[in-house]
Design a protein around this ligand. Structure first.
Ligand code: HEM
Length: 250
């Protein structure tokens, strides 16, 4: 009886709170109101994927820091760092064969904190490749790829591929000797693509050798196409982490 009264009081408080609390728009984002009660506070947090990525019920063992080493979260953190530093770098860079090299030199020598900005971007790329790889090893080691997480494992593999492609497409942009020859060698390997053959290389670099078309094509892939694909796959990955349940302790 007391429980029933309590819950009625709770609903009354909740409705009163939502009226006072805010607009329909706000409520569509935050399902529960932040009443000063332990229950509503936890409901607010747990019902929001931005505040609580993991499913609400997880095994105790998976709460241990040593279970995930936070490697998935770190990969995401480095991705965000890359987006922010990359957008800032775009202010100083023109994807043209006559300007790109000079732009990077100016960034290193003239622009205030330009060297620092470039270093942040470059080191975050390395860090992301390492953390994504280690995260995959952790998933393998804990056998978290087993049902019902097979689909998320495949999404993860796609994320690994996109991470490597993001890395490779950025390599050409400084337009120096190292990047030119590395990408020449790299794109030559596409000539052996089954069925397409040399046409695959032509499609990728927009010609028969690395030049203006290739630079523009890599730039577009690097700053628009691949980051959007990565962001879409990450949303799917996170949604599946929540829906599939967390593997800890299995
Ligand atoms: C950009 C790359 C990636 C990001 C940002 C990312 C992020 C995350 C996060 C935040 C989690 C939950 C917490 C954790 O386990 O650390 C997770 C779980 C998971 N990830 Fe990734 N991940 C990425 C790449 C991969 C790769 C390459 C694979 C495997 C090929 C993978 C497979 C999985 C699986 C199966 C889970 C569920 C783990 C479990 O239930 O124990 N992910 N990921």
């Amino acid at each position: 009886m007391a429980n029933n009264k309590d819950s009625q009081k709770f609903v009354r408080n909740f409705l009163k709170g939502t009226e006072e609390f805010g607009s329909r728009f706000w409520k569509s984002i935050f399902r529960h109101i932040w009443l000063e009660r332990a229950r509503t506070r936890s409901l607010e947090t747990m019902s929001n994927v931005l505040l609580h990525l993991h499913p609400t019920a997880i095994r105790r063992a998976s709460l241990k820091m040593t279970y995930t080493f936070c490697l998935g979260g770190l990969s995401f953190f480095f991705f965000l760092t890359l987006i922010v530093s990359g957008v800032l770098l775009m202010f100083y860079y023109v994807p043209s064969v006559t300007q790109a090299y000079q732009n990077i030199k100016d960034l290193e020598t003239v622009v205030f904190a330009g060297q620092f900005l470039r270093a942040i971007h470059r080191w975050s790329v390395y860090a992301m490749v390492i953390t994504v790889f280690l995260h995959m090893c952790r998933v393998l080691y804990t056998r978290a790829y087993r049902p019902p997480r097979e689909f998320n494992w495949i999404v993860g593999l796609m994320l690994l591929l996109v991470t490597l492609l993001l890395n490779f497409s950025g390599y050409l942009l400084p337009w120096d000797q190292l990047s030119f020859w590395a990408v020449t060698v790299g794109t030559n390997t596409t000539k052996v693509t089954p069925f397409l053959g040399p046409e695959a290389q032509f499609l990728l670099i927009g010609g028969y050798e690395i030049g203006q078309n290739a630079l523009l094509s890599f730039y577009t892939l690097h700053v628009i196409t691949l980051p959007l694909v990565a962001a879409g796959l990450m949303s799917l990955h996170f949604w599946r982490v929540r829906k599939d349940g967390f593997s800890g302790g299995l």
